[in-house]
Design a protein around this ligand. Sequence first.
Ligand code: SF4
Ligand code: SF4
Length: 341
Amino acid sequence: MINQRLFDHYGIDTAKDLGIVKRCPRPRDTILIDKQGSCYACECTSWLPQSIGNLQIKSLEEIIGSDMHQHLQSSIADGTYRYCNEHQCSYIKSGAVLHGQPERIQHLRLAIDDSCNLRCPSCRKSMIFHKEGSAYNLGIRLADKVNDWLHNYQHPIQVHIGSDGDPFASHVYRHFMEQTPERNNIKYSILTNALMFKEFHTNVPFVINNLQELGVSIDGATKETYEKLRLGGRWEKINENLECIAKLRQKHNFRFILHFVVQQDNYHEMEDIILLGKKYNADRVWLNKIEDWNVSPNFGEQDIFSSAHPLHNDYRRKLKEIDHYLGFEKNPVVEIPTLNI
Ligand code: SF4
Ligand code: SF4
């Protein structure tokens, strides 16, 4: 039943008992679908790596509530969390596991196409873009199956797009957004590099009207750093798009978030990105530490969080300098969920 090799690969001890009193809602309220059609009951495939079914051979109705789905849910209900990756899940690592046992799915996370118009060194070694061929065809089939399911789903649900590629560059996600049913119970949350937002958002007015959150990943706050880390992007163009987003946010009232992955090449711009967020009226600026996705051969160079890094102390000093932007409990400008883990 359980794919033990997968758990061994992630170093997850499936005989453990974490004895967590809270009941993480994710295996009950979240489905993540990857580009092969495999479905997961968590927000990240490496946090709870057991698939609960494949959308190429089953429908979402069959996968949700399947034996495997229930089995994973029971590992939360008994408090053992034995299938969860305690080395990676940020809720477990920060000691802030969520609590709640919703009755039905409330979040659908699509990771069905990794096409992007950029080739950031932290994410990929070369350009990935599917406009035709087997990956594209499969992506379109998965998008259609998800839309079929959404057509019949009557309960409130949030569809998250953009953890793997760019929603406005990807032809699969564009197809999904153009075909998605126009219903008020469906809300959207999008993570994008934003370079094609201005050009494409008018094609999907229904998604924009029902947008709850728009996250923009921008790892530089100056032209030099931005164009180095967002390889293929142009500083002038991202600013044009941020201006367009700032205007639309006033009209549609979605949450606008800037995401900044802190690393050696940009830690000196942490304050600048906060000021950029203020300039464009972002609701939040999220600073997160760089993770090793096994893509960059020189991850160690960028890992400013390691105490062995020659600039680690300088990073700590810079972190102190932005301290006064943190801690507005009711309305913080900045969140740093992983910088201190
Ligand atoms: S505790 Fe973490 S890994 Fe486990 S189900 Fe919840 S979010 Fe996923
Ligand atoms: S913009 Fe995002 S998805 Fe595209 S290459 Fe960069 S990090 Fe990867």
